[in-house]
Design a protein around this ligand. Structure first.
Ligand code: F6P
Length: 364
């Protein structure tokens, strides 16, 4: 490879605050080396329909670091290895279009791709690398469930939004002597629930990592009642499930796409009201947690990741993901980053802190 390069960048999966900051830092770092940058729109779709690409320069990334969303668009459908096509009879089947991606990548004269995404996007990146496409991954997801990095950008913003919401519900819960169940995102990991619940002053936190016993949760609420605390806040991760039970699924999707979780806070609220007699309302924070401006923490992390990805390409390294290993940003092999989902460690000090402060985690 010559030292002047032509690189591409895409953003895939659900959006997360900080995507635009990554794009800005990557473009400015690449341009300062004299490289060309091509933006691939809508995840990998822009490498299938190559008119969905655009050159990125200083002007294209001016004033975007503080903006939510992504100027490139994103998609959590259209995995090139499992690409959905509609059959005439209304049914959908999936086909492998990865060879076309690799072919178009070379046709566009690209030397490397910076793929910004979560577990699904990193898995796709890893498989494309094996087919000869040089890729550097950048980890994003509000869920914080990617192994290989201590934290993903997007998580801090989502956790802050959820914390503020819990704080706001606190006063209305107290005024009406009600119980609130607050459903937060996170898919199969409880990071947002645990951190926002702890920071926001929740009384109970239910996470996928610890199946809950509804009687334990009700007992906590009734004990508070006995001490004159006639309201309670229960933070419920969307992936929480009762002991011996299943997660609450809101919607099945077409082949190749993840299930939509949702509704567990309502389920828990119902049970609490039935068992304690306390008026109980549920609130689902949903996509509010993904929208809007990234926190300064996420902006800095995203800017560091974007610049680091370009640095890594300049060093001639690919098939890796940039990762935070405080205080440094380093790289981990893509294979390592996609090996397992990072869930909340039950012996970690955050879980310990919650327990020692008397919060119920639904199990004791
Ligand atoms: O992975 C991010 C995330 O927001 C999860 O927390 C949530 O389960 C899912 O995406 C929602 O996906 P969608 O935007 O497709 O509804």
């Amino acid at each position: 490879m010559s030292s002047t390069k032509r690189i591409a960048i895409n953003t895939g999966g659900g959006d997360a605050p900080g995507l635009n900051a990554v794009i800005r830092a990557a473009v400015l770092s690449a341009r300062s080396r004299g490289w060309d940058v091509l933006g691939i729109c809508r995840g990998y779709q822009g490498l299938l329909d190559t008119h969905l690409t655009k050159s990125l320069d200083h002007d294209s990334v001016r004033g975007i670091a503080h903006l939510g969303g992504t100027i490139l668009g994103t998609s959590n459908r259209g995995n090139p290895f499992d690409y959905p096509v509609e059959l005439g009879n209304g049914k959908i089947e999936t086909i492998d279009r990865s060879d076309q991606i690799v072919e178009n990548f070379h046709k566009l004269g690209l030397d490397a791709l910076i793929a910004v995404g979560g577990d699904g996007s990193m898995e796709i990146a890893h498989r494309l690398c094996k087919k000869g496409m040089p890729i550097v991954g950048v980890p994003k997801t509000i869920d914080n469930d990617l192994s290989g990095t201590v934290v993903t950008f997007g998580f801090n913003t989502a956790m802050s939004v959820a914390t503020e919401a819990i704080g706001r519900l606190h006063s209305t819960a107290e005024a009406h002597e009600r119980v609130f169940t607050i459903e937060v995102m996170g898919r199969y990991a409880g990071w947002i629930a645990l951190y926002a619940g702890l920071a926001g002053g929740a009384d109970a936190i239910l996470m996928p990592e610890i199946p809950y016993d509804i009687d334990v949760v009700c007992d906590k609420i009734l004990r508070r009642e006995a001490h004159g605390r006639r309201f309670s806040l229960v933070v419920v991760a969307e992936g929480a499930r009762p002991v011996g039970g299943e997660m609450t699924i809101k919607e099945e999707r077409e082949p190749g796409r993840e299930l939509v979780l949702g509704g567990v806070a309502d389920r828990v609220a119902h049970e609490i009201e039935k068992r304690t007699g306390k008026e109980t309302r549920s609130v689902v924070l949903g996509h509010l947690q993904r929208g809007g401006s990234p926190t300064p923490y996420d902006r800095i992390l995203a800017l560091r990741f974007g610049a680091a990805a370009v640095r890594v390409i300049a060093e001639g390294k690919t098939s890796v993901m940039v990762a935070l290993d405080p205080p440094v940003v380093r790289t981990v092999p893509l294979a390592e980053a996609t090996r397992r989902m990072k869930t909340v460690p039950l012996d970690g000090d955050v879980v310990c802190t919650a327990r020692e402060m008397g919060l119920s985690l639904g199990d004791e």
